[in-house]
Design a protein around this ligand. Structure first.
Ligand code: NAP
Length: 259
């Protein structure tokens, strides 16, 4: 791994993935909306690790953002052998109560931008003898989740899309891995409007540092899919084995509107 692009590198899992790549002397192009955080990280990692860190502050809900990032990388001669599509977020609430504009923006980030970035950078990834694509999905991808319907569906897309690409590219030097974290201690719950799930997350959640380490290890070893953590693996197995209606009723209880 030499040159990595990481989206959503200003916090949480993406920040830990970028930091771990930086510590391994991988040059970075990092993105997120918060320019101040990107600038500070770029300066720190360049100074501490002696690597090159470029950054671009951008909102991936803007449809032209992936093309802008691709052009930015080209201008700087930054040719990635690693692409980490991590940026994403959830919006919790009864479907009809969450404004449709907000839901469509989320789908733009979680689905459209991830797909466009993959398509834009695939030629460069395939031009290298070995390259890596990491897409971040979620444990919510494996079943329908009432009150988190659009988010869970967006992550089901990421799993299916990534697994298909794994097979398309595995004999062409490009390793494709899909990471499906469960509850992880990041800014995710606050952005999703799920503060009421904080106590459960504190009890069962993982740290983003550990999730990032597991993700990068799976990426290096060429796994198609990785679910980090023992409890998450049990949930993943249950989603494959139990009748859908049982899983969906249980999810409806967990994700219901607080009284
Ligand atoms: N935490 C969990 O429990 C959990 C569980 C399963 C899956 N995931 C997935 O893990 C990934 C990372 O989330 P996280 O938990 O690390 O959450 P986080 O701490 O909120 O980080 C999200 C990252 O995505 C970026 N981002 C969000 N909206 C963006 C936009 N419109 N344009 C550009 N960048 C944007 C944020 O940057 P800015 O704020 O600077 O824009 C931030 O760097 C997401 O895909 C999420 O769906 C998280």
């Amino acid at each position: 791994m030499q040159n990595a692009i990481v989206t959503g590198a200003t916090g949480g899992i993406g920040q830990c993935i970028a930091a771990q790549l930086a510590a391994g002397k991988v040059n970075l192009l990092i993105t997120g909306r918060r320019a101040d955080v990107l600038a500070r990280q770029a300066e720190d990692w360049q100074r501490v690790y002696g690597i090159r860190v470029d950054y671009l502050a951008q909102d991936l809900a803007q449809p032209d953002a992936p093309a802008t990032l691709h052009a930015f990388a080209a201008e700087r001669g930054f040719v990635p052998d690693v692409l980490v599509n991590n940026a994403g977020y959830g919006l919790w609430g009864p479907f009809e109560e969450v404004p449709i504009e907000a839901q469509l923006d989320m789908l733009q980030v979680n689905v459209m931008a991830l797909t466009a970035l993959t398509h834009l950078f695939i030629p460069q990834l395939l031009s290298q003898p070995r390259s890596y694509l990491l897409n971040v999905a979620s444990l919510t991808a494996y079943q329908a989740i009432p009150n988190f319907a659009t988010y869970a569906a967006s992550k089901a897309y990421v799993v299916s899309f990534s697994r298909a690409l794994y097979h398309e590219y595995r004999k062409r030097g490009l390793r494709v891995t899909c990471l499906s974290p469960g509850s992880t201690d990041t800014g995710f719950l606050d952005r999703a409007g799920q503060q009421h799930l904080r106590a459960m997350a504190d009890r069962f959640g993982m740290t983003p540092e550990v999730v990032a380490r597991i993700a990068l290890s799976a990426l290096r070893s060429g796994k198609a899919e990785v679910v980090p953590g023992g409890l998450n693996k049990v949930n993943y197995a249950a989603a494959a084995l139990l009748p859908k209606v049982i899983l969906e009723k249980a999810a409806a209880k967990i994700f219901k509107k607080p009284a």
